[in-house]
Design a protein around this ligand. Structure first.
Ligand SMILES: [Zn+2]
Length: 228
């Protein structure tokens, strides 16, 4: 699948950034590679190379995460009203930024449902997709005592439970969850040409005929953007 086939399928230049992309850009991310890639995506938006279609779902999730992080990283010994004040400040900062981007027409904020797709259609779509789409199970290596993810060549003490262990193989379900399908549906409804996410579950949409013409870029911490 390529960008050319996207144009052929009539997709426009709107792109969809998943919540994890917004958060990495606004709040930082512990992986510098992902962080800098997300900053680049936002540079593209500021330079007018793309317009970002952003659903109320993304804005709500982003705001919720920002508020949680503010409280959880409040200075030691901070009083409750100090925490609340910090949350208020960050909320205003975020909503102000969103409003500015909207005025500058760099983003298009869309409600959960569109004029030609009712809320009922939306939830029916998510449900139908949820139980009908195929999914892949992945393997992972974990601590046999506490199930923490360990590198497959790990030897010695588990960093979580401190027991001396040999990792064992386990499976990881990689199907799309309800909020993932919500994002996918929004991107589809608004004809986004590209969707960017850090969530591996989105690989399940690769090759899905319904998403023909939409590039689905899933970030891999070692390789970078993997494209359908
Ligand atoms: Zn352990």
């Amino acid at each position: 699948m390529s960008a050319e086939s996207g144009q052929a399928a009539g997709r426009n230049k709107l792109v969809y950034y998943d919540t994890n992309v917004w958060i990495a850009h606004l709040r930082g991310y512990n992986d510098e590679f992902f962080q800098s890639e997300c900053d680049t995506l936002f540079d593209d938006m500021h330079e007018g190379k793309v317009k970002v279609v952003v659903s109320n779902h993304v804005l709500s999730e982003t705001l919720h995460t920002i508020r949680k992080q503010v409280v959880e990283t409040a200075p030691e010994g901070a009083a409750m009203d100090e925490c609340n004040k910090l949350v208020d400040e960050k909320t205003k900062e975020f909503t102000g930024e969103v409003e500015k981007l909207k005025m500058q027409q760099k983003i298009l904020i869309v409600p959960t449902s569109t004029a030609d797709a009712s809320l009922k259609d939306h939830y029916r779509y998510v449900w139908d997709k949820m139980h009908s789409m195929p999914f892949k199970s992945l393997t992972k290596t974990v601590c046999p005592a506490c199930a923490k993810y360990l590198h497959k060549s790990h030897k010695g003490e588990c960093p979580a439970c401190k027991k001396d262990v040999k990792p064992k193989m386990a499976y990881r379900y990689s199907g799309m969850g309800y909020p993932d399908l919500d994002h996918a549906y929004m991107a589809l409804q608004h004809n986004a040409s590209v969707l960017y996410t850090h969530d591996k579950a989105f690989k399940n949409l690769w090759g899905d005929p319904e998403f023909e013409g939409m590039k689905i870029c899933v970030f891999d911490d070692k390789i970078g953007w993997l494209v359908s």
